[in-house]
Design a protein around this ligand. Structure first.
Ligand code: DNO
Length: 410
């Protein structure tokens, strides 16, 4: 049995239409009610409308990505009780509509980070780059976050200073705007793009974490899980936390969903089948100590959703994204491990055997240059990824079904 082929769709505004997805062989749609502001309840009728539309095209709403966790929950501020009540209500409403998987993340202030959204590959295609010295230049010299210069090794800080000195004012502004607004806006980011002083607002939000270190943030996540998982259980919804991207602290903020140990901690914080993981290969692989196949082997029963993406690793913790089969991430072994996990589920009689996966990001190529898309979500690049990943599954499944004798016969 194959992993479920899914695709992130950004709603009616998406240049890729539901009818296109059906042609591509997509089975499950991954989407969210993007128009509902963070912290507000997702009403049943709005959920149902989207669900009906997806089903009218012969697919299902496989995963909600994301039901955003407000900053007030992450910092556990005075608004916490209201925000949790709303979050639980949204889970309940989704459950009532028969949607059973919700992806979310717990990254303070800033979700994913890239420093160049148009990095050219030799082929002429475009991917996204995270260049750590450039990110440091943004943090220490453009944003001038208090204390930033003390957070980095001297040699990287020097590299960053030189980069900063070479940047034009337009380049500096673009880097800040891309980091705080462009890459965050389409996923309900923490800062409103229309705020003229968006950098000031961003710094203000970061400041709210002054007293929140790694241990404290873990306490807030544990509390959040204790508060929502009973509702998820009652509603028949599986929560799956997305790892930090990149998987290390940025902007002096703690990140607690970065390593194998972090994932284990989260699964143990509330022991429930409804408390699970989004296995994102692109995010987790950037910490070279993470053994991705090992994670599937030990925590596979908690994986409710997979993002499959490849990276090419560069020096100084930098990386750029890559075609799904062509980077440093061992995609074939990972797909094999996920398929074996599905087999185990089948043997043990679990009902939720199939794990939805989506080709995460992709190379911008060909007609993608003439079609509007959110950063990382080109249609053709992702379609190529979907086809490649499906090809891997077919081959792995074929060989898994063969006897050892057949496998070695020439
Ligand atoms: C960007 C994505 C993130 C991710 C969310 C999940 O393309 O990796 O937006 O979907 O963080 O909550």
């Amino acid at each position: 049995m194959r992993l479920e082929k899914s695709w992130r769709w950004f709603g009616e505004k998406d240049a890729v239409k539901l009818s296109d997805l059906k042609q591509m062989g997509v089975e499950g749609v991954v989407t969210a009610l993007h128009h509902i502001p963070n912290g507000e309840v997702w009403p049943i009728d709005e959920i149902q409308k989207v669900k009906d539309k997806i089903e009218s095209h012969g697919m299902r709403w496989a995963v909600v990505e994301s039901l955003p966790v407000s900053e007030g929950i992450k910092t556990h501020n005075e608004d916490y009780d209201r925000l949790i009540a709303n979050y639980c209500q949204s889970i309940e409403n989704l459950g009532k509509c028969g949607i059973d998987r919700i992806c979310y993340n717990f990254m303070p202030v800033l979700d994913w980070v890239r420093t160049d959204l148009h990095y050219k590959l030799e082929s002429g295609g475009e991917v996204m780059l995270f260049d750590f010295p450039t990110f440091i230049a943004f943090d220490a010299f453009i944003l001038e976050r208090p204390g930033a210069t003390e957070d980095y090794p001297k040699d990287l800080l020097e590299k960053a200073r030189k980069l900063f000195e070479q940047m034009t004012d337009t380049e500096k502004e673009k880097l800040a705007y891309n980091t705080i607004i462009v890459t965050q806006g389409f996923i309900n980011g923490a800062v409103d793009g229309s705020e003229p002083d968006y950098k000031g607002r961003f710094l203000e939000l970061i400041g709210k974490y002054q007293l929140i270190d790694r241990d404290q943030l873990r306490k807030h996540l544990a509390q959040f899980l204790q508060d929502i998982i009973p509702t998820a259980e009652k509603s028949g919804v599986k929560m799956c936390i997305h790892p930090d991207d990149p998987p290390f602290p940025v902007l002096g903020l703690p990140r607690i969903v970065s390593t194998h140990e972090d994932l284990e901690w989260i699964c143990n914080a509330v022991d429930s089948p409804n408390n699970g993981l989004t296995f994102c290969t692109g995010s987790l692989s950037v910490n070279r100590d993470n053994d991705l196949v090992g994670i599937v082997k030990t925590l596979g029963d908690k994986i409710h959703f997979a993002h499959l993406r490849n990276n090419t690793f560069l020096k100084d913790r930098s990386f750029h994204e890559q075609g799904h089969l062509y980077g440093d991430v061992k995609m074939i072994s990972i797909v094999e491990a996920l398929l074996k996990q599905q087999l185990q589920r089948k043997v043990s009689g679990r009902k939720d055997v199939r794990i939805p996966f989506r080709p995460d990001h992709g190379i911008k190529m060909l007609g993608d240059y003439n079609r509007n898309a959110n950063p990382g979500y080109p249609m053709i690049g992702r379609l190529m990824g979907l086809a490649e990943l499906d090809g891997i599954q077919s081959a792995v499944e074929y060989s898994m079904n063969k006897s050892p004798k057949e496998r070695t016969a020439v």
